[in-house]
Design a protein around this ligand. Sequence first.
Ligand SMILES: Nc1nc2c(c(=O)[nH]1)N[C@H]1C(S)=C(S)[C@@H](COP(=O)(O)OP(=O)(O)OC[C@H]3O[C@@H](n4cnc5c(=O)[nH]c(N)nc54)[C@H](O)[C@@H]3O)O[C@H]1N2
Ligand SMILES: Nc1nc2c(c(=O)[nH]1)N[C@H]1C(S)=C(S)[C@@H](COP(=O)(O)OP(=O)(O)OC[C@H]3O[C@@H](n4cnc5c(=O)[nH]c(N)nc54)[C@H](O)[C@@H]3O)O[C@H]1N2
Ligand SMILES: [Mo]
Length: 697
Amino acid sequence: MSTSDTRLHWGRSTVETACPLDCADSCSLAVSVEEGRIVKIDASSHNPVTGGFICGKVREFARRVYSEERVKYPMVRTGARGSGAYKRVSWDEALRQVAAKIAEARAQFGGESILPLYYGGSNGLVTHGTADFELFRGIGASRLARTVCAAATGAAHAALYGKMGGVAYDDYVHASLIVLWGVNPSVTSTHLVPFIREARKRGARLVVIDPRRTPLARQADLHLAVRPGADIAVALAVHRHLFEAGHADTAFLAEHATGTDRLRERASAWPFDRASTVAGVPQDDLERFAALYAEASPAVIRCGWGLERNRNGGSAVMAVLALPAVAGKFGVRGGGFTMSNSAAWGISNAAWLETPEPQTRIVNMNHVGRALTELDAPPVKVLFVYNANPLATLPDQNRVLRGLMRDDLFTIVFEQLITDTARYADVVLPATTFLETYDIARGYGAYSLQLVKPVIDVVGEARPNVEVFGELGRRLGVEAAARYELEAEALMKVAGALPADAGEALLREEMAQPPGGRTPVQFVGVFPATPDRKVQLWPEALGHDAPAGLYGWQPDPGTDEYPLALVSPASEKSISSTLSELRVRPASLYMHADDAQARGIGEGDTVRVFNELGEVRCPVVVGDAITPGTVSLPKGLWRRHTFSETTANALVPDTLTDIGGGACFNDARVDVARIVGAALGSQPVQIWVGETKGAVS
Ligand SMILES: Nc1nc2c(c(=O)[nH]1)N[C@H]1C(S)=C(S)[C@@H](COP(=O)(O)OP(=O)(O)OC[C@H]3O[C@@H](n4cnc5c(=O)[nH]c(N)nc54)[C@H](O)[C@@H]3O)O[C@H]1N2
Ligand SMILES: Nc1nc2c(c(=O)[nH]1)N[C@H]1C(S)=C(S)[C@@H](COP(=O)(O)OP(=O)(O)OC[C@H]3O[C@@H](n4cnc5c(=O)[nH]c(N)nc54)[C@H](O)[C@@H]3O)O[C@H]1N2
Ligand SMILES: [Mo]
């Protein structure tokens, strides 16, 4: 089978596939195609969790597929970096240049002078961790610590439970208490919402812990509007209450957990009054939450990713995930926790990769700005970006930009669109979207594994990742990479290496369910995958890196200069920076009325949000749906969405989380000032709207 033999669907037909984008829900899709073009993207009933609806973003995905900004051909840069001036070349010419640059850098500076930079992309099992890994391993490139997301939650979850599968969305209807902790399902996993609604109808209580009044926080019985980064205080105060008021499940802990005493000791330092001061929530509310949680069964905690993204993030997530063990919430349907379910399959790319991982240096992707500007012996000479838009999504944007501006750096960007990052590439290679290629989607919320298949012919000369890395493997003499050069063979190779008969089910039914089933009950159908099968409440090894030790607290060093905390949560308009290109209006800062008033700022004003790393100029929206002292800018913006052509990441320090080396997106400190007319200068404010530059006031 070649990559483009079965893709044309003449007349009108509807093709079933799945959405592999970086979202927990992994929906099944029905895509209508007419004369070879996508005319409609809707839900299919194949995946029960999809429940007959999909998000507004993916409905619009055809606009990305056929966008004017789509990279249709390989291109080489002809103008200054950032100018976006490129000329079309053939694939042969583009890959000849790329292979030559890689070979040259390797010969002169060693393999470590080549840095692959990737993250989610289309997030499937075939488009990442296959030919690409074989290639970069084969040439001995620097290794990337893939830490921009879920590094702290992943480390905490792995240490405590060996990433045990969580409570399935469907089972939320059985809960009598639902706690949404640093998660915003109305935006980031909309398919959980109907189950929460149904549980509420049946009488379940809802608690939301979030600095913002999210849509579900509005409906909650209790909303703890914590200061960003203070979740550890809240969680340990609840632990203390459980232990001291006799609510700890000592029988469960004796049989299924280790390290209980050490955790208890840590928690003893957090009486309600201290936690209340640190977290900025009323002590009564904290006590009410602790009492509700102690009493309710089944009680489920949906732990999200908002809380991990700060210096105390790893410890906070550990303390949250430890709650159901201490309170004895497992063993019943609808009780326990949900974190990521991606490990439920026990899938590891070690099952199909041939080349052993070389012991080359590791670059933490949250430090890419530093790596590009500071690393020596050897410096990074070739940067290969794929499945990511680092200029938009990584911390310390201005430093990343300085790195991309380096004259002696050769940058390859393998992309669907001319993204902010692609504008700085020396060579741009056109990538397929998930509607033009095969992949295997693995949701990290919904459990199903699903087949993703091409529903249209490729746009322009776009090629799937495996083919391109496969061909580069052939050109550079890395045979293990070249074995993926045919897309269908790559799919079969991965499917064939899946555990049990998942691969067969996937190819036959286009869907497979994990070994523990689609709706496991924790401590009945699934157990910790830790070495002793117990919950490790004190995972010693994890504490070695944590500056304040396990369950430690690093207080805010505090600056008078930058008194506001900035968070940058997910937006319903995009999935990270993917689909943000469709956003036509400038993005706004959200600010509490008290903070605005103190600075003489009113709704609709243009403001500067600034700190020592940079500034963002944008309009402001004033309201009361955020805790005072905290401001918010959307995640995933492109540079054209603000007047300063910078986004929240220009203000995000590249500090790492206490555990896991993760990003601290929600741990930026800023101040905000109104821009009076003159401060804008004589230039009218410009933003890019689609392909045309338009003025906005
Ligand atoms: N529409 C949409 N869906 C997405 C994404 C997207 O960009 N857009 N991204 C996908 C990806 S990559 C991921 S990882 C997931 C993320 O899914 P979520 O974790 O739900 O996403 P976030 O919006 O980052 O964070 C959730 C909430 O945490 C709050 N928060 C911020 N700081 C703190 C804190 O210190 N403590 C607490 N308790 N709360 C805090 C924010 O106000 C926000 O409401 O969503 C996925 N789904
Ligand atoms: N300020 C702030 N920044 C954040 C966050 C935050 O909360 N606040 N959240 C972070 C999180 S949770 C995440 S997961 C990261 C995500 O960061 P990124 O991984 O950079 O995510 P995207 O912005 O979606 O960029 C993915 C790119 O891959 C491309 N792509 C998709 N499929 C393919 C493919 O098959 N082949 C190739 N070659 N390319 C493909 C898409 O066109 C897209 O441009 O962002 C992080 N950035
Ligand atoms: Mo993420």
